[in-house]
Design a protein around this ligand. Sequence first.
Ligand code: ZN
Length: 411
Amino acid sequence: MQISEKQIELVNNRIQALEKAGSFYGKKLKDAGITEIHSADEFEKLPFSEKSDLRDAYPLGLMTAPEDEIVRIHSSSGTTGTPVIIPYTAKDVDDWAIMFKRCYETAGITNMDRIQITPGYGLWTAGIGFQNGAEKLGAMVIPMGPGNTDKQLQMMQDMKSTVLCSTSSYALLLAEEIEKRGIKDKIHLKKGVIGSERWSDKMRERIHNELGIELFDIYGLTEIYGPGIGINCPGETAMHYWDDFLYLEIIDPVTGKNVPDGEIGEIVITTLVKEGAPLIRYRTHDLSRIVPGKCKCGRCYPRIDVIMGRTDDMMKIKGVNVFPSQIEEVIGSFEEISSEYQIRISHLDGKDTMRIYVEASGDYDWASLSKRLAEKVKSRIGFTPIVKIVEIGVLPRSMKKTARVIDERYD
Ligand code: ZN
């Protein structure tokens, strides 16, 4: 997915704004003697920006438009102390709402829907992003914010909400409450728009089954507007993203080089028209891949796969970058095997070894099954693992992907 001429023109526009404002990135470019770029090659040589750069700019060092044009700030908390402050102009706020409206439309949501919003309002971007997009669409918003499950369910029944906007964990909690209270026939929900956090397929299935609603993954991060920069379309898992507002790259998180379309790597985002705090080549540390080819739905917007984890999850084995999600994908393609697995990496006799433990019932021929799994993993990652099959129920049950990988090389 190479950067287009039109996108290069927009990037140059942002480069000039950043240099004029003298923000951290503007200075970086000036020091490198760059005032504009002319090709995809030159674009790929531009320096990255990192969350730490944004933190260093606290409080208002990212502000790139004149103060009289700034109408709002948002903030991402971050676990390490200093927050990041993102200033927005009126146009930024409007652009974000346009993108979010497009997300709702992609999910088949219309101005006749009643949208119950449960993410929080305030400094962070979630609640208000869902709200502005819904108002742009012309739907009826029920702006609940988080918590107060009793009231949440009461409003859901009385207002006959048709769309639930939520985190996956809160959607699951609501689904379980609805089941417990036996009020499923009073609930009118048809669709759920679930904010960007990683959630397991099992969780998705439970919410889908218990609420009987169609689920959509919405992508976004506070540094880049907020939620609403991408969403999947009905019947597909890959998410369309809006390439008239953003340019996405997938890079190898170690070398920083772009990977070919279809390969997993880190999502790097450039904002093409953002005024308040434009970002160029911002490293998200989210793992995904470009899904090549055109979508069945006919939309021309490019697609990324569901978020497969964070770059911190990446393992380097035998000199190859391996992501747990790659192994998980292969395991998921075997009906004979349960969804639980464990990966152990060790260093024996001067060599890295990967052992994959999976579960299957005794009805299958384990020898042939483990051979087929090993071969399929090899075709995916480039080397052959040792596959061990155990009885169903033997492996520890865990929701967290990372806990399933045990690296014994550095003990
Ligand atoms: Zn589509």
